[in-house]
Design a protein around this ligand. Structure first.
Ligand code: 0RA
Length: 695
């Protein structure tokens, strides 16, 4: 196709020439195969849009041009990201004949080209930038403040500019505001999770020292004409003084603050947090660490501010250097010859954050969660070795404490090995004798097999009856499982419940763990939607996080999402998994469940002693009689209901557990079970009223 360069830069609105067509084709390609650009069109992909837009502002901050970013969730599932950076240039770009702004927002991969040297340290996970977000949005608005002016441009229907960028007023500010609305025909859901965004932004705030990041949830403000606020000229939404849920992060100490935060409920073994920041061979290395009185290691890895759940070359370099450094110091201090610390010994109780930044970055692994760049290995190793040796020399007290901790771990390792050898000899995990509690499935194919971990014997009974016995296995768990915090392998295996689970999974545990032997490729945690259910779920996730991490990384763990309501309208039955679905189905006019449930429970008081009877609501709407039943637990469902709503792959909703979910659970778990009693008390008090622990 012949390219006709546009002669007139001031094109008429709605007129497309050849170069526009190429742009449109690019955006159309994104819409046709969104997964290639953002991973999924599920809730993760949706949040990815926010990260992409946010990343641009964050990169502006990393370049030193911006120190304030505000993310706002607006009514109508719009996201607004504002920064006080230089503002995206709005002048006409010579090659594309449209403004740089429009180029960045409509041409794939255009982001980095405009910053020149040092602007962009490569983008997000997929490095795709704002144009992809635009392509997947049915609305986008860009507002730029720079050179004394305020400029606005809008886009509709997957990145089509409504008009050219226009100066709409003057401004003495500088910065960029991007507002977008994900296209509901592309995403399975366009509803954002406030907590997910909060966690991500908090993490980013640690990674970029002295950057203020605020988030405000204004989704509930729809009655207040907020949709038009963008046009009313407020740069920061926080200046409106609207009372809405919000959080703001600012960490002067960067990674040092992050380590302090992760250790906030732990007992540090030494006071001073180690920190180094140095560039070597084009790799900028930043590491912070502190040991605490615990046995697990918490190492977080980042490359170009992207979280690497599977670590990579930087982590390899770091671990090698750590083991070597501590062995060197221990020997110099008179440690015994031949009694070297292993890599695992020096990891016990370690909280560390390793962050590298470099150009031309390479990722590996299925999820791209692993850094592959080899330069990062040498750079991390040598930057850390040098700085850590110096730290240990200058801080003799910390050095003593850290060496002491590793020595303890070495002793414990030897003791645990002896204990485990004896357990294995006694046959704790012997020859796959499956536990009696397990109702196994018939198929031997792990890919097809599913293991439902259900809470309590009554739900277990229903699940057994309602399952597809060919592919679905049921393991009921009774009550609270063992408190595994601080428990070592030998103690854990002594718990009947854990043993049942481990034997059922087939992977074994510890040194002899083998992911290939996993007997079910879906392990589905099905607990009740109450505090106990959340507790058991937390315990299980923590167990997987600490002892079966590869099972999480492999994407084999799921959480069942049973419906919250059963609604009968005449003969029709509808299950609602959210409040929104319930309202959408019965309409606004029907009484809310809480109203009717209240009335119902008043009625029940005198004549009914069955306290567990589900709250049911009856109302008239039109001619059909509507009954709303709220499920409090899986045990309340009969086998058919349980099968239909929670187990049958055709209808059920499963949430795949990510390492981040499990990490959060691990943190909640520490709060519930850990040694920090005041923290636990305040955590339980502040969550006591919630029906679910949001993990
Ligand atoms: C290219 C060049 C310049 C700024 C930006 C891009 C920029 C992009 C985004 C995206 C979100 N916020 C942003 N802030 C800035 C600056 C060119 C100059 O002024 O020298």
């Amino acid at each position: 196709m012949a390219k006709t360069p546009a002669k007139d830069p001031k094109k008429k609105e709605g007129h497309y020439d050849a170069s526009d067509i190429t742009v449109l084709e690019g955006l159309e390609a994104v819409r046709r195969r969104p997964g290639m650009y953002i991973g999924t069109t599920g809730v993760d992909g949706l949040h990815h849009l926010v990260w992409e837009i946010f990343d641009n502002s964050r990169d502006e901050a990393m370049g030193g041009f911006c120190d304030d970013i505000e993310v706002v969730l607006l009514p109508g599932n719009r996201i607004r990201v504002a920064d006080n950076g230089r503002g995206i240039p709005v002048d006409i770009h010579s090659k594309t004949k449209v403004s740089a702004l429009e180029t960045i927002l409509t041409v794939l991969h255009a982001g980095g080209k405009f910053g020149g040297e040092g602007y962009k340290v490569s983008g997000g996970l997929h490095g795709v930038g704002a144009s992809v977000v635009n392509a997947l949005s049915n609305y986008m608005r860009a507002e730029v403040h720079r050179d004394g002016g305020k400029y606005v441009q809008e886009y509709k229907n997957g990145g089509k500019p409504v008009a050219q960028v226009k100066k709409v007023g003057s401004s003495d500010l500088h910065g960029t505001i991007i507002t977008f609305e994900a296209d509901p025909t592309i995403f399975q859901t366009i509803e954002y999770n406030f907590q997910t965004i909060v966690s991500h932004l908090r993490q980013q705030a640690y990674l970029v020292r002295a950057l203020r990041i605020a988030i405000i949830d204004m989704r509930d403000m729809s009655g207040r004409d907020i949709d038009k606020l963008d046009d009313k000229g407020t740069f920061w939404m926080r200046d409106l003084g609207i009372d809405a849920p919000s959080m703001s992060f600012y960490f002067e100490g960067g990674l040092r603050s992050l380590v302090g935060f992760q250790n906030r409920h732990q007992e540090p073994v030494h006071k001073t947090i180690f920190f180094v920041e140095k560039e070597q061979d084009g790799v900028q290395v930043e590491i912070a660490l502190q040991y605490v009185d615990d046995i697990t290691a918490r190492i977080s890895a980042f490359a170009n501010n992207i979280y690497n759940p599977e670590g990579g070359t930087h982590i390899t370099g770091f671990k090698t250097a750590l083991t070597r450094s501590l062995n060197n110091v221990a020997k110099n201090g008179g440690g015994k010859e031949g009694d070297n610390f292993t890599g695992d010994d020096v990891l016990e109780g370690l909280t560390a954050v390793v962050s590298v930044k470099m150009r031309e970055i390479q990722f590996e692994g299925q999820t791209k969660g692993k850094l592959g760049s080899v330069e990062a290995l040498g750079a991390t190793q040598s930057v850390f070795s040098e700085a850590f040796a110096q730290f240990l020399e200058e801080h003799p007290e910390e050095a003593r404490a850290i060496i002491g901790k590793a020595a303890l771990a070495m002793k414990a390792r030897k003791a645990a090995k002896a204990a485990k050898d004896s357990i294995l000899r006694k046959g704790a995990l012997d020859g796959m004798t499956l536990p009696g509690k397990l109702a196994d499935c018939q198929t031997k194919s792990a890919e097809e097999s599913e293991l439902f971990i259900v809470e309590g014997d009554s739900a277990g009974g229903s699940a057994k009856m309602g399952r597809d016995r060919r592919t679905q296995a049921i393991l009921p768990l009774r009550g609270k499982i063992l408190n595994i915090e601080r428990a070592r392998l030998d103690k854990m295996l002594a718990s009947e419940q854990i043993k049942n689970l481990v034997v059922a999974m087939g992977t074994a545990i510890g040194d002899i763990f083998d992911l290939k032997k996993l007997r079910y490729h879906k392990i589905i945690i099905a607990t009740d939607a109450d505090v106990d259910g959340a507790h058991i779920r937390t315990l299980l996730l923590t167990l997987f996080y600490r002892h079966f991490r590869p099972v999480i990384d492999g994407g084999y763990i799921y959480i069942a999402q049973p419906p919250l309501f059963k609604i009968k309208k005449g003969k029709e039955v509808f299950y609602a998994y959210t409040d929104e679905q319930r309202i959408a189905y019965i309409g606004k006019d029907a009484p809310t469940v809480s109203d009717v449930a209240l009335a119902e429970s008043d009625e029940l008081e005198g004549d009914d002693d069955d306290a567990t009877s589900p709250a049911a609501a009856k109302a008239k709407a039109g001619t059909a009689r509507i009954t709303v039943q709220r499920y409090k637990g899986l045990g309340e469902m009969n086998p058919e209901e349980l099968s239909e709503t929670t187990m049958n792959p055709a209808n059920r909703v499963l949430k795949q557990v990510t390492v981040e979910d499990a990490q959060d659970a691990d943190m909640v778990f520490d709060m519930l079970m850990g040694t920090d009693v005041p923290a636990r008390k305040s955590f339980i008090q502040s969550h006591a009223k919630e029906a679910t622990l949001d993990i």
